[in-house]
Write a protein that binds this ligand. Structure first.
Ligand code: HEM
Length: 487
């Protein structure tokens, strides 16, 4: 029956290559343009690979709710399979008992509110960032660099505990190379029989990247194991590596079956390395891009900046610093964060894969197809939003039915929805809100060189994330009445 059904509409392709001449359209903007012509579920054929793009809230509901289990796998290209030790991590693991166990460990041991060290890493690094700004009052500050260094330090501290600056720089370079390789064009992904054309050079790059990560994390794992031995496994100050080492077994767990009935879980070194990489990739640029976009939107809209800062003055006052307990009362700041994540979701395209042949809206989708959910287009879809292109935080303020990002309002899914949604949403939001509350409470921000807010460029670029094309630079002045003590 399914074989008789048509594929969803899409641009006509050429024999053999299909739509590979349209590779450059596989971005959030390119796919949104195609969706205007072909609809909320469209079909492209990239060589031998079927690709489906989902661009409306209704279609997202079909895929992420009605048939969640069918769409819960991840497509793994050659680079992803190699760099994740054969999908031995959580982000790229296929849906099943292995992924379920990994996710349980990560949620309970790394991202939960009970893991105080992840959350205190946020507070310590926000504090250091505020001090850095206080030392540069009156001078232009590159906000992109400032917040990227904040989130890198935050994740690095949470993952590895203490760190030296050189170690961190090396690690950041390794992760950047991983990000590039994940999205690099590799002909073997589309025509496996043509892989030999590129194989030599591409494979050498993959091997080099993975052996750098091996060398780096092996050293850290050894140090942590020594520390555990010395303290009899009971060290009070545990970081993510310590938490993961508690599950370490000298078995080859990539081959071990993780069935749900197993009461004890064993992780290999490869699992531990791959999870740490997930955390660095998942938690660094996402949060940094979101902070920078909120700052940019507020500088572009002085009215909203005034409302956010007035709220901070009302709730916190101007003679003490923001405390964690203030955050829940900062309603307008929270609406501003939501509105920014609607317009600039840090992960604009979600990548899923079909586990079996299926039917959506009367169309056929074969097993092992790549399904791209365009969160960026969905957040701007006129069926879900009034004036979708306008930045208006108050749209989240007025009524109880305003969409929330918990995943059941399909017009607003910056953290995804369903089984594969972000497991660290609370931690990510905490970092985002703490950083913004401090930066906007302590300082006023002006654009440099008398630039008008209307002149601020809001273009984005496409990669694994969608950061600003032009880095935001602004000049801080101190706003509080209590003195700032820079040690
Ligand atoms: C503003 C911050 C963040 C945003 C907007 C965000 C967004 C997302 C999205 C959209 C997904 C994929 C959902 C899907 O494919 O359906 C995801 C997955 C994931 N995120 Fe986040 N994220 C954020 C922060 C973080 C942080 C701080 C961490 C870790 C420290 C993290 C770790 C992960 C992991 C491990 C996954 C993979 C889950 C899986 O495949 O089962 N994220 N995130």
């Amino acid at each position: 029956l399914r074989r008789g059904l048509p594929y969803p509409p899409g641009p006509k392709g050429y024999p053999i290559i299909g739509n590979m001449n349209m590779m450059d359209q596989l971005t959030h903007r390119g796919l949104a343009r195609l969706a205007k012509k072909y609809g909320g579920l469209l079909h492209l054929k990239m060589g031998g690979l079927h690709v489906f793009a989902v661009s409306t809230p209704d279609m997202a509901r079909e895929v992420l709710q009605a048939q969640d289990a069918v769409f819960a796998n991840r497509p793994a290209n050659v680079a992803i399979a190699y760099l994740t030790y054969g999908q031995a991590d959580m982000v790229f693991a296929n849906y099943g008992s292995f992924w379920r166990q990994m996710r349980k460990i990560c949620v309970m041991k790394l991202f939960s509110r009970k893991r105080a060290q992840s959350w205190s890493s946020v507070r310590d690094e926000v504090d250091l960032t505020v001090r850095t700004v206080a030392q540069n009052l009156g001078s232009p500050v590159n906000i992109c660099e400032l917040v990227l260094s904040l989130t890198k330090n935050m994740t690095y501290r949470a993952a590895f505990g203490s760190f030296s600056r050189e170690d961190q720089d090396d690690f950041v370079k390794i992760i950047q190379e991983f990000s590039k390789l994940f999205v690099a064009f590799n002909i073997a992904d589309f025509f496996p029989w043509l892989g030999w054309i590129q194989a030599g050079e591409f494979n050498r790059r993959l091997v080099k990247a993975r052996s750098s990560l091996d060398g780096f994390i092996d050293k850290i794992i050894e140090e942590h194991m020594q520390k555990r031995k010395a303290s009899g496994d009971e060290a009070a100050d545990t970081d993510m590596v310590d938490e993961l080492l508690a599950f370490y077994g000298e078995v080859d767990a990539s081959k071990a079956a993780f069935d749900d009935s197993q009461s004890s879980i064993e992780l290999t070194r490869d699992n531990i390395k791959a999870i740490i990489m997930d955390v660095m990739l998942g938690g660094t640029e996402t949060v940094a891009a979101a902070i920078e976009w909120v700052m940019a939107e507020l500088m572009k809209s002085p009215e909203d900046m005034k409302k956010v800062q007035q709220e901070l003055a009302d709730v916190v006052g101007l003679c003490r610093f923001v405390k964690e307990s203030d955050i829940e009362k900062l309603t307008y700041l929270k609406c501003t964060v939501k509105e920014t994540l609607r317009l600039h979701p840090p992960i604009p395209l979600l990548l899923h894969e079909t586990a079996k042949d299926t039917v959506v809206a009367g169309y056929r989708l074969p097993a092992k197809s790549c399904v791209i959910i365009n969160v960026w287009a969905i957040g701007r879809d006129p069926s879900g939003w009034v004036d979708p292109e306008v930045f208006k935080p108050s749209r989240f303020l007025t009524n109880d039915s305003a969409p929330d990002f918990k995943g059941s309002d399909f017009e607003f899914i910056p953290f995804g929805s369903g089984r594969r949604s972000c497991p660290a949403m609370q931690l990510g939001l905490y970092a985002l809100e703490m950083a913004l509350a401090h930066l906007l409470h302590c300082f006023n921000w002006e654009l440099p060189d008398r630039m008008k807010s209307s002149e601020l460029d809001m273009s984005d670029v496409f990669g694994l994330n969608a950061p600003r094309a032009i880095q935001l630079v602004a000049v801080p002045t101190y706003r509080l009445s209590c003195p700032f003590l820079v040690e």
